[in-house]
Design a protein around this ligand. Structure first.
Ligand code: C5P
Length: 294
């Protein structure tokens, strides 16, 4: 079975506070983009799940050991729910940088859950699939559907949002990863300034007003990420200086994205900002996270 799993951006992310279980309550608007990892799943007879990852030529970074990545954890979660695992080889070709705030690992995990539910004939219903996804990671429930959605609580309470327009973004990628836990821990010390909610962004997305969307891009985790990685703030400013209509960090960073008016504009901003980042790439909106290739 072959799948592609796409990346996400957070167009809006507000942290509403720390919970007693250590996680943070969120109010976030996720938006899928067409930058995807390819996954090949083959049954084996080893009795084990083996994950092999390769990085696309333009990427750099540490590949996590097989047992530690979210794809393995997703498969293990289904085994814990009663699946009989005769053995599985999972090959993931990464185009989405790792630990970058782009939800690459979460998308891989969502793809594995959807695929194995079918391959292993588990017949888990929607609620059970959602629960398994939330156990694997906070962003995995969103990745089961992808597209544009408002996520509340830890990220598992999802409301799809209608977005009539295709949008174009410039991704400014830094290869030195930022770890989600560290960023949230730093957030507890540095906090953020904004108190406003996601409703204005929801309306702006519904009306397709690009200037309004640009002005409402927001991520509460920026002060925490900027304090851990001081060079990042000027990278965001570089996207705005080179003409992006708006810019923000995605997830817990370090990827910055700029919003462009069309594909030509996105390419021109990407050229002008190239020296600021390890990798710059142009992407457009994607309606789904998990796509079946064969
Ligand atoms: O759920 P996930 O494994 O992606 O989370 C990684 C870490 O990020 C958690 O251990 C937690 O420290 C932090 N986190 C959080 N609140 C969230 C999501 C993640 O505090 N809503």
């Amino acid at each position: 079975m072959r799948l592609r799993t796409n990346a996400k951006l957070n167009l809006f992310l507000r942290v509403a506070g720390r919970r007693s279980d250590g996680y943070h309550e969120l109010e976030s608007i996720f938006h899928g983009v067409g930058l995807g990892d390819d996954i090949e799943i083959e049954p084996t007879s080893t009795g084990e799940v083996h994950v092999e990852m390769t990085l696309s030529d333009e990427l750099r970074g540490e590949i996590p050991p097989s047992a530690e990545n979210l794809a393995s954890r997703a498969a293990e979660q289904l085994v814990a729910l009663g699946a009989v695992n005769k053995g599985l080889s999972i090959r993931i070709h990464k185009r989405i940088p790792l630990a970058a705030g782009l939800g690459g690992g979460s998308g891989n995990a969502a793809g594995i859950i959807i695929a194995l539910n079918e391959l292993w004939r588990m017949d888990l219903d929607e609620a059970a699939v959602l629960k398994a996804a939330a156990t694997v990671g906070s962003d995995v429930p969103y990745c089961l559907s992808g597209g544009t959605a408002l996520a509340m609580k830890r990220g598992e309470q999802l409301t799809p949002l209608p977005v009539p327009t295709e949008m174009f973004f410039v991704l400014g990628i830094s290869f030195e990863p930022l770890f989600t836990k560290e960023v949230y821990d730093r957030f507890d010390t540095v906090g953020s300034e904004k108190e406003a909610g996601s409703a204005p962004m929801t309306f702006a997305l519904g009306s397709g007003d690009l200037d309004e969307i640009a002005s409402l891009l927001h991520n509460d985790l920026e002060p925490a990420a900027f304090s851990l990685r001081p060079g990042l703030e000027s990278k965001k400013e570089a996207l705005l200086r080179t003409g992006a209509v708006g810019a923000s960090m995605t997830g817990s960073g370090p990827t910055m994205f700029g919003l462009a008016t069309d594909i030509g504009h996105a390419r021109s901003v990407a050229d002008d900002v190239a020296d600021e980042f390890d990798l710059v790439t142009v992407v457009s909106s994607a309606a789904r996270c998990v796509e079946r290739l064969s």
